[in-house]
Design a protein around this ligand. Structure first.
Ligand SMILES: Cc1ncc(COP(=O)(O)O)c(C=O)c1O
Length: 451
């Protein structure tokens, strides 16, 4: 019998998260205040985040203890398995060894609970009563709804309108765990109302939904805002994935040559690769690929500039790759990848040449997803399928060059609630959006002037 999975015991669950901040090749630049253009301090963030998470956001410590209350919840699904994709290798006729870390085993079906649980925990400790947040694909909304229930917090989710309509069962899932859901742009906030006045048919975007959730938190004393990606503390929590992966490769006696993950705001990518970045900085030849949609090509076609994290310009200015804060990407099915910006840490690593990026159109992404489902059984989330498309490309290169590379990717979630997307693909109704250069240029021309 062949061994397909590397499974760690619960005792092997990492007890600390890895903070890449002190190991970055050059010192990260701070977020700045849009008015004064001066670096923001903890007090500027206090209306929307609890102080314990603000401290993590800027912590100079390499390792941060995972609280026992969080570990106890993590054991519901962690450690997650690492699979060898024997059947995909065979289907591709490649000498490459392909592995995938499967984060879809969490109750919400993705990697998002890895940070939802600690964020709910730290908010509870800080006395927060309610969390306001956005969701793109509905994966984050379900994760935070579940986490809030576990720590007895109320939760309000602004769900991007296209996903709200495309994925009614994700909404039901969020509601099952007890959160309240609004289709965004909504009439609940000033930011939402303003967008609806200008464009009643707006499909929404993560940038708009973030504006609504931030406004909700900033205008209610007992409410804090929570973000499912982009921020340093979110990527910190996600490093539990890469730390487990390292142990699993040690158990196999193998070293990965290529690590691949999809990239929306950068949290599953960061969590997957950050524990390996130091190896690369110390001379290892390992390659990292962040994969995004051609319809929202933040790293591959955006600019590395200071920009707002949201459409209504409520957040501090963050130095990141961006397509412009008012850029509304087409309504592709990978809702979790429709974000104009990217994590500042991932952006900096890309800018400094430590990581690479690729962008793919929807149809080839779904072709790779269906090939994967037919080979390995699991139906991937459309977001994760972007990573699979790059895995296929790398494996084909190995076939052509007759190289036996070790390729690992993060299967960030399952696609069991994304069957409408698969339906569109299978009935050949899926459109291949690629953002026109002109549209990107015009959105970038509206970036705030800083430098
Ligand atoms: C399954 C899945 N993968 C990936 C992402 C992209 O987010 P991030 O880049 O923060 O990992 C999302 C976002 O919703 C998601 O639901």
């Amino acid at each position: 019998m062949q061994e397909t999975k590397v499974v760690l015991s619960e005792r092997d669950l990492p007890k600390q998260w890895y903070n890449i901040l002190p190991d970055m090749p050059s010192a990260p630049v701070p977020p700045i205040h849009p008015g004064t253009k001066k670096p923001i301090g903890p007090d500027d963030l206090a209306p929307i985040f609890p102080m314990n998470l603000i401290e993590q956001e800027v912590s100079p410590k390499n390792w941060i203890d995972i609280p026992e209350e969080v570990l106890n919840v993590y054991t519901l699904w962690r450690p997650t398995p690492l699979y060898r994709a024997y059947r995909l290798e065979k289907a591709l006729n490649t000498p490459a060894k392909i592995y995938y870390k499967y984060e879809g085993v969490s109750p919400a079906g993705s990697h998002k609970p890895n940070t939802a649980v600690p964020q709910a925990y730290y908010n509870k400790v800080a006395g927060t009563k309610r969390i306001a947040t956005e969701t793109g694909a509905g994966q984050w909304g379900s994760a935070i709804s579940m986490a809030c229930k576990m720590f007895d917090l109320q939760c309000t989710v602004y769900m991007v309108r296209v996903s709200y309509n495309q994925k009614p069962y994700r909404r039901s899932m969020i509601e099952t765990w007890g959160a309240e859901v609004h289709s965004s742009p909504s009439k609940v906030t000033q930011a939402g109302k303003k967008i609806l006045e200008a464009n009643p048919d707006s499909p929404g975007s993560l940038g708009i939904a973030i504006s609504e959730a931030v406004e909700d938190a900033a205008t209610h004393e007992d409410t804090k805002y929570s973000l499912g990606s982009v921020l340093n503390h979110v990527l910190l929590h996600q490093t539990v994935i890469g730390l487990e992966l390292k142990k699993q490769f040690e158990k196999l006696g193998e070293k990965p040559d290529v690590l691949i993950a999809c990239c929306g705001g950068g949290s599953n990518f960061g969590g997957f690769v950050f524990p390996f970045i130091k190896d690369k900085l110390n001379g290892s030849k390992i390659k990292f690929i962040a994969v995004e949609p051609a319809a929202c090509p933040t790293l591959t076609k955006g600019e590395y500039k200071y920009d707002f994290g949201d459409t209504a310009q409520l957040t501090p200015l963050i130095k990141m790759y961006t397509l412009g804060h008012d850029f509304v990407p087409p309504g592709i099915h990978a809702g979790g990848l429709r974000y104009h910006g990217d994590s500042p840490l991932v952006s900096q690593l890309y800018h400094e040449g430590v990581i690479e990026a690729a962008a793919h159109k929807q149809n080839p992404v779904f072709a790779a997803a269906v090939l994967f489902a037919k080979s390995e059984g699991i139906i991937p989330a459309p977001e994760s399928a972007h990573a699979i498309k790059s895995v296929v490309d790398e494996a084909v290169k190995c076939r052509e060059a007759r190289e036996q590379k070790v390729i690992a990717f993060n299967l960030s979630g399952h696609g069991n609630f994304d069957m409408a997307a698969y339906d569109s693909y299978l009935s050949e109704k899926l459109e291949d959006f690629e953002m026109p250069e002109e549209e990107i240029k015009s959105a970038l021309a509206r970036l705030p002037k800083v430098e």
